[in-house]
Design a protein around this ligand. Structure first.
Ligand code: GMT
Length: 378
């Protein structure tokens, strides 16, 4: 199959899922064309089946807002026509689903009928998408897609709740390449961070408000009062500066390291003992799955799709959004004794195995086939 993938090329979850899926499809013999404005962060190698087409948005003094969506639609038309693609798979509805719809209409004038699959990832529905600024376009472009997938049952329900969607939505969860994440912990790295064998607590995100990163600092402040520990804050974004200030106010800077954006997040996770994700909303929680794949138990909120991943008392614990006391108490329970921690580590890894790439990839492949067989010509 020849598949075009449209995504955000950043470290965000949707871009990571799209890129890892494309790489796996290419490994499985499909020809995969990434179409985006920058080379995706995780597209760190090329194979004979992988192609990258850059969308460049020309600037013009008249444009306060350069029309990326139009440039993307034009590029899609060009790539589909000349590479003879069979299907377009767009990740994150805004603006990819509407650009794909426009491309599809234009291609039809050339007698080319290209099916479009849209994958909903989270804030394209729960936050940005349902904002009236975008809602009519998001609703329309979801309904016009030939296939729609969501990364959790909860996101599927939210889509039906907030949008007038008349399509069947197929749930295909996030996945993990366990081989990449089953690294042996690097002792020298662990020693550098925790020279006195302190427990290592970790958080990774893009530090947006929805992630409640200041809760992470508050939870850690309570943990370190009971258990010798260090906190690693991985990633960057608008909330980081407030978290840094909070660490100063709470006088815990010596125990907290802000590492910024990191390519090899698995190396950091593999030395960690506990992952914290107190998000306000989280459609799936790929970052938590990555931690679990590295044998790291997780303390999460019970928002969105997190109950579909985190099993209370087995892979970690879930508490209500904002309940930092409960999250800290559960963290201390897990970290306080070695045997307890070892049990949770096993529980986390075993659960991660249920989301192994080799189990999820065939679901996407079959879905593409079904969509191609049933797509209606425009
Ligand atoms: O919204 C974000 O945080 C970024 C977003 C993305 O598109 O990059 O992440 C979402 O998609 C991930 C991959 O499907 C999910 O694992 C995340 O839970 C989801 N984030 C939220 O729902 C907040």
């Amino acid at each position: 199959m020849k598949i075009g993938i449209v995504c955000y090329p950043t470290f965000g979850g949707s871009g990571v899922v799209a890129t890892e899926l494309g790489k796996a499809l290419a490994d499985n013999g499909h020809q995969v064309h990434f179409i985006t404005y920058r080379q995706p962060a995780r597209l760190d190698f090329f194979s004979e089946n992988l192609f990258y087409h850059e969308v460049s948005v020309s600037n013009y003094p008249l444009f306060d807002y350069p029309p990326y969506e139009l440039a993307l639609a034009s590029k899609l038309v060009d790539v589909v026509r000349f590479e003879k693609l069979d299907l377009l798979h767009v990740h994150y509805a805004i603006p990819h689903a509407s650009a794909a719809f426009m491309a599809k209409q234009i291609l039809a004038t050339f007698g080319i009928h290209i099916p479009v699959v849209t994958t909903l990832h989270g804030t394209d529905i729960t936050l940005v998408g349902k904002d009236p600024t975008y809602k009519p376009v998001v609703t329309f472009s979801i309904n016009q897609s030939d296939g729609v997938t969501a990364v959790s049952e909860n996101l599927k329900e939210d889509t039906y709740k907030h949008f007038e969607v008349n399509k069947d939505i197929k749930v295909i969860p996030n996945f993990i390449d366990l081989e990449r994440f089953s690294l042996k912990a690097k002792d020298h790295f662990k020693l550098a961070i925790a020279p006195n064998n302190e427990r290592i607590v970790v958080h990774t995100s893009n530090f947006r408000k929805v992630k409640r990163t200041q809760d992470v600092v508050h939870i850690f402040e309570k943990i370190q009062k009971e258990i010798p520990s260090k906190l690693l804050m991985v990633g960057d974004g608008p909330e980081r500066v407030y978290c840094e200030q909070l660490c100063r106010d709470l006088e815990i800077c010596d125990s907290v390291r802000f590492l910024g954006k990191q390519d090899a997040v698995e190396e950091i996770l593999s030395v960690s003992d506990l992952f914290i994700m107190p998000s306000e909303s989280e459609s799936f929680g790929l970052a938590a799955l990555e931690a679990m794949a590295c044998k790291v138990p997780v303390i999460t909120s019970n928002a969105g799709g997190l109950p579909e991943l985190n099993i209370n008392g087995v892979t970690g614990f879930m508490d209500n959004v904002g309940d930092i006391d409960a999250m800290a108490a559960h963290a201390i329970f897990i970290l306080k004794d070695d045997e307890q921690l070892a049990l949770f580590k096993e529980g986390a890894l075993n659960r991660a195995k249920e989301f192994e790439l080799s189990l999820i990839l065939p679901i996407y492949e079959q879905y593409y086939k079904d969509v191609m067989a049933n797509a209606v010509k425009v």
